[in-house]
Write a protein that binds this ligand. Structure first.
Ligand code: CA
Ligand code: CA
Length: 296
């Protein structure tokens, strides 16, 4: 008991230090005065509440190996990164962006896109943003995952948190190129997660800025919040999902702890495989403990 108390305190202190450190890196790092690339921009204001920010401005053009991913301090604490050579930094009109490859005929994150997770501390409320672009010729086929949040990394692949152990909420593309959220939570209807549509279809060549806000429910009450905003090519964000009836967890569980950067085609069989070699570009990852200032 005594030892447990001490390690718990140490963990809390470590978490606090991690938050302070990354906030300091963000304030001094990404918007440096000596950074000449004006395309690397952030317009949101969230004060010191940013706990993660990565626009790849300090990364070299070329392969972004799993070693590079783990060494990129802008992620904070990387839990794992497995892209197997399918990630690279590209220069898009002076903006450094992360591009992932989805080889023809492949499915699953072992063989398309990749799988990375970042530990972000433990939060009752969190706001996540990323900008994505499906490159021209992208083969959508059926469905695929993009990025998301969760409590731990267990709740996916038919592993249902039926006892209220936690959740995952991921952006996906669904059938017919529908933009959607993919939710694992204790009240999910399907063994393989609930799909919540965003109300539009993804087009290739468009920059989509996607934001989700997750606020954990209280106790075992169905009052957890999931809000999603979307914007295209820098237009003002539109609220496209507004739920306040979710249970992300019970008994103090269901807090947000992880960010997933794990885009892949699938599904679990070859009917999900990319029909042509495809590319998805990701940029401007931001996670904040408060709602971004530009959200309606
Ligand atoms: Ca960038
Ligand atoms: Ca970096």
């Amino acid at each position: 008991m005594h030892a447990n108390h001490h390690s718990e305190t140490a963990l809390k202190l470590a978490t606090l230090c991690f938050v302070c450190m990354t906030a300091a890196i963000d304030q001094g790092g990404e918007l440096r005065a000596d950074q000449p690339q004006t395309n690397e921009s952030k317009s949101v204001s969230v004060g010191g509440a940013i706990i993660l920010s990565n626009d790849f401005s300090d990364e070299s053009i070329g392969p972004y190996t799993d070693v590079t991913f783990k060494a990129d301090r802008d992620w904070g604490k990387v839990l794992w990164a497995n892209y197997h050579g399918r990630a690279e930094i590209i220069d898009h009109h002076g903006d450094h962006q992360l591009r992932l490859k989805f080889p023809k005929g492949k499915f699953g994150h072992q063989h398309t896109g990749g799988n990375a997770a970042v530990s972000i501390g433990t939060h009752d409320e969190i706001c996540q943003r990323v900008t994505i672009r499906f490159e021209p010729g992208f083969s959508f086929v059926k469905t695929g995952k993009i990025v998301g949040l969760g409590s731990g990394a267990h709740w996916s692949g038919g592993n249902v948190p039926r006892e209220g152990q936690g959740y995952t909420s991921r952006f996906i593309w669904d059938r017919e190129q529908e933009a959607a959220m993919y939710l694992y939570h204790m009240d999910q209807r399907s063994k393989y997660g609930d799909v919540v549509k965003l109300g539009f279809k993804f087009q290739t060549g468009v920059d989509y800025t996607l934001t989700q806000r997750v606020k954990t429910n209280t106790g075992s009450d169905p009052n957890g919040i999931l809000q999603v905003w979307a914007s295209e090519n820098g237009e003002p964000p539109r609220l496209v999902v507004d739920r306040s009836d979710l249970r992300f967890g019970t008994k103090g569980r269901g807090k947000t702890e992880s960010m997933f950067v794990a885009p892949f085609h699938g599904g679990g069989d070859s009917s999900f495989a990319a029909a042509e070699t495809s590319y998805l570009t990701l940029d401007d990852f931001i996670i904040s403990t408060v709602k971004f200032s530009d959200l309606p």
